[in-house]
Design a protein around this ligand. Structure first.
Ligand code: SAM
Length: 280
C-alpha cells in the first residue's frame, strides 16, 4: 500500500468501521494508573491513530505509530501530526531483530494495536511474537483483521485470466488474507495467540461492510488497496479495475442500496475478525 492520499480521502468508510470496532473493544482493555506507551502497528495514513485511538487514551499517554511504508509515514507527519503525543517511526512488523528496531527504544508498551494489518502479513506468527516482545507483562494486543473477502476471491479468479496472470501469479498469496480459506479462523487465531503466550480476552468473526457515498469513492478506495494495479500497464489499468469490480459483484462483495433518506450507499463486504490478547 503506497497511496496514502487515496486511502485517507476515501478512508472515511474504513475509519467508521474502525471507530465502531475499537469503541466496542475498549471496555475489555485495562488501564493502570500510570499507563505505558501505546504502539499502533501498520498505522497507514494515521487517521485511525489520531482520530480513533488517541482520543480514547488516558491523559498523558504517549503513542508510537509505525508503518513499513515511507509514503504512509510522510503523509502521517504532514496530516496527522500531534507533537508531544504521537511519534511516527518506520518499522517492519516482521523484523526478525525487533530488539534493534526503531520502536524498541520506547518499549515496553502497555497496548499494541494492529488495525487492519494482519491480512497484509502472511506470517502472522512472527507478528504475534514481535508484539509479545514489545508488550509489558499483562500488556494487551488488539487486532482487527479481514478474515475473508470476495475482493481476495476475485484475485484468485483473475490470476487464471491470461491478461493478468503475469502480474499476479508470482506472489498472489502475499496479498490474500491468510484466513481466506480457513473453515474456523477464530480457532486458528486463538490457537496462535495462546501458543505465543497470550490469554485470549476476545476473538470473533462477524460480517462487516464499508459504506461509501458514491460508486466513484468506492472505486478509488479499491484502487488505494489494490496490490496489483501498480504493475498493470497504464493502458490496461481501467480494464483491470472493471474486471476486478465485475468479479467482486458476481461474488457478492459489492452491493448498493437506498439509505433511509433515499440516498444510495455503495458497500464493500467482508468478514471481520476482532481479537484482544493479554500477555501472560
Ligand atoms: C489497510 S492499512 C491499515 C492502516 C490503518 N491501521 C487503518 O486502519 O487505517 C495496512 C497498513 O499496514 C502496513 N503494513 C503492511 N505490512 C507491514 C509490515 N510488515 N510492517 C508494518 N506495516 C505494514 C501498510 O503499509 C498499510 O499502511
Amino acid at each position: 500500500m503506497d497511496k496514502p492520499k487515496l486511502f485517507s480521502r476515501d478512508g472515511a468508510a474504513y475509519t467508521a468501521v474502525a471507530e465502531a470496532q475499537i469503541a466496542e473493544l475498549w471496555s475489555i482493555l485495562s488501564w493502570p494508573e500510570d499507563p505505558l506507551p501505546v504502539l499502533d502497528v501498520g498505522c497507514g495514513p494515521g487517521d485511525v491513530t489520531k482520530k480513533v485511538i488517541v482520543p480514547r487514551l488516558p491523559p498523558g499517554t504517549k503513542l508510537v505509530a509505525c508503518d513499513i511504508s515511507p509514503e504512509m509515514l510522510e503523509y502521517c507527519r504532514q496530516h496527522n501530526a500531534l507533537p508531544g503525543t504521537i511519534t511516527y517511526e518506520p518499522f517492519d512488523v516482521m523484523d526478525p531483530h525487533v530488539e534493534r528496531s526503531t520502536v524498541w527504544k520506547y518499549a515496553p508498551y502497555g497496548k499494541v494495536f494492529a488495525v487492519m494489518l494482519m491480512h497484509w502479513v502472511p506470517d502472522n506468527r512472527r507478528v504475534v511474537q514481535n508484539m509479545h516482545k514489545l508488550l509489558a507483562p499483562s500488556g494487551e494486543a488488539v487486532f482487527t483483521i479481514i478474515a475473508n473477502m470476495p475482493l481476495f476471491a476475485a484475485y484468485e479468479e483473475m490470476v487464471k485470466d491470461p491478461r493478468w496472470t503475469q502480474y499476479m501469479e508470482r506472489d498472489l498469496y502475499k496479498f490474500i488474507s491468510p484466513y481466506q480459506h480457513c473453515e474456523d479462523p477464530v480457532s486458528v487465531f486463538c490457537q496462535l495467540l495462546k501458543s505465543e503466550g497470550f490469554q485470549v480476552l476476545r476473538c470473533d468473526v462477524r460480517p462487516q461492510k464499508f459504506a461509501f457515498p458514491s460508486e466513484l469513492q468506492r472505486r478509488d478506495a479499491l484502487k488505494s488497496v489494490s496490490a496489483f494495479l501498480n504493475r498493470i500497464p497504464e493502458e490496461q489499468k481501467e480494464e483491470f479495475m472493471e474486471d476486478w469490480i465485475q468479479h467482486m459483484e458476481k461474488l457478492g462483495g459489492l452491493t448498493k442500496d437506498a439509505g433511509p433518506a433515499g440516498e444510495t450507499k455503495f458497500y464493500m463486504h467482508y468478514n471481520s475478525m476482532v481479537a484482544v490478547g493479554k500477555k501472560l
